[in-house]
Design a protein around this ligand. Structure first.
Ligand code: GDP
Ligand code: MG
Length: 214
């Protein structure tokens, strides 16, 4: 695929309590397979993937909390400049669902005002152990103006959809003028800026030196 097809670059986060399956969701989205527990590679903190949303290419750069949430040390810098977020709870754990309000408060306080959040009720495959009903969570989502899906990082169900729906909402906001990619901290950039980022920093530097003629 030609790089020139890439139109936008968007920064995404995955937030929610430890153990809800955030790293597995990211892994499933990028690799299209379930990250099993025998794979103890730590530090997969970042993933990126190009998706096609209504004919536009969007390169998503996704940050994982990489265990920080265990120590409640998810910081302001983590939220800075994010265009979208997956807010994850585990449908088999009411505790993780009850924590959503805190996560939302942080996100609304520390992230851009325009951040688009999709609520993901993960581990949909464990329906027999469910502690949170679909209806209850969809009401919560509605009240808090979130999109909502139940996902399974194990089977892959609705994983790509979660990212795509979030990206689509962001593109709609850009089209309606509600969100301006040119504004600092919007978390989304237009094509040429995205292309510049894809090049090696050295080459980009060399080119910008040429441009200024010095
Ligand atoms: P994180 O702490 O939020 O990053 O959660 P992890 O991605 O490390 O997953 C925590 C545990 O839940 C691991 O044992 C995973 O194998 C398991 N897990 C994650 N997603 C799913 C899922 O969709 N279904 C099931 N059955 N288990 C999952
Ligand atoms: Mg994790």
């Amino acid at each position: 695929m030609s790089l020139y097809g890439i139109f936008l670059l968007g920064l995404f986060l995955v937030i929610g309590n430890a153990g809800t399956g955030k790293s597995c969701l990211l892994h499933q989205f990028i690799e299209k397979k379930f990250k099993d527990d025998s794979n103890h590679t730590i530090g997969v903190e970042f993933g990126s993937k190009i998706i096609n949303v209504g004919g536009k290419y969007v390169k998503l750069q996704i940050w994982d909390t990489a265990g920080q949430e265990r120590f409640r040390s998810v910081t302001r810098s983590y939220y800075r400049g994010a265009a979208g977020a997956l807010l994850v709870y585990d449908i088999t754990s009411r505790e993780t669902y009850n924590a959503l309000t805190n996560w939302l408060t942080d996100a609304r306080m520390l992230a851009s005002q325009n951040i688009v959040i999709i609520l993901c009720g993960n581990k949909k495959d464990l329906d027999a152990d469910r502690e949170v009903t679909f209806l209850e969570a969809s009401r919560f989502a509605q009240e808090n103006e979130l999109m909502f899906l139940e996902t399974s990082a194990l089977t892959g169900e609705n994983v790509e959809e979660a990212f795509v729906q979030c990206a689509r909402k962001i593109l709609n906001k850009i089209e309606s003028g509600e969100l301006d990619p040119e504004r600092m901290g919007s978390g989304i950039q237009y094509g040429d800026a995205a292309l510049r980022q894809l090049r090696s920093p050295r080459r980009a530097q060399a080119e910008s030196a040429q441009e200024c003629g010095c």
